[in-house]
Design a protein around this ligand. Sequence first.
Ligand SMILES: [Zn+2]
Ligand SMILES: [Zn+2]
Length: 276
Amino acid sequence: MVILIAYFKNSFVSNGFKLVFVLLIKFLKIQYCINQKILIKENNQYMKIKVLGTRGEIEESAPYHSKRSGVLIDNKILLDCGDESFLEYNPKYILITHLHPDHAYFARHNEMPDTKAKIYAPEKYDEVNIHITNKPFKIGSYKITPIPTVHSVKVKSNAYLIEHKGKRLLYTGDMIWIEKKYRTKMKNLDFVITEASFVRKGGMIRRKKDSGKIYGHQGVPNLINIFKEYTNKILFIHFGAWFYKDIEKARKKFEKLAEQNEIEIIVGYDGLEIKI
Ligand SMILES: [Zn+2]
Ligand SMILES: [Zn+2]
């Protein structure tokens, strides 16, 4: 281009032609910058979410709801790994909410996961090389904040707040409750992904006689109540037996709950892709 400009400067082409040429170059340059800006803006605009599995720890199964928990973010970060086949996506990082086998397949038969991914979880497991998530950390340009959840008396559990280029996503895993002191981090969430083991109010919550500690799963209506303070978009996965009895009816139930609570509810299925 420089050579061409130099050629025209030194040649005997008319001034009018030179002017048109220079203007054309300027126009192309501006156009190029605009396109680049738009591209950069588009890249910043979303997180790509791919739901890999939506089935809880139950016997029931159905097409599009057969794989256990797993959500892939930007083809890089795998949230929970309830099925060995999820490793075929070659995630770079795996964040496990808790070491129940429907969220960490390798805990079912004490296997060593065959992956190069860095694995994060709230506690150690056997010989698996696990990075413990007890404080916020960064993976690349993603900020991850573990938020303790109440779910089990046997294993520790964390939800994960994932922040990337202005987007804020909360992935909870199984849960009954998030203590108020941890909720300060949950403001202005673009999206919440949570569980739907039980649709009835109160879910299934039990109490250990000796320690008095509670364990189990909260009901869908209660989870909506917790999260609608922080977001207007909830994606449900990890369906319990109730969902499989009549999937159409279950979808309608979610529609009704969305209307009543004036929020958007997305009913997950294996393979669902969304951008936020
Ligand atoms: Zn589970
Ligand atoms: Zn669990």
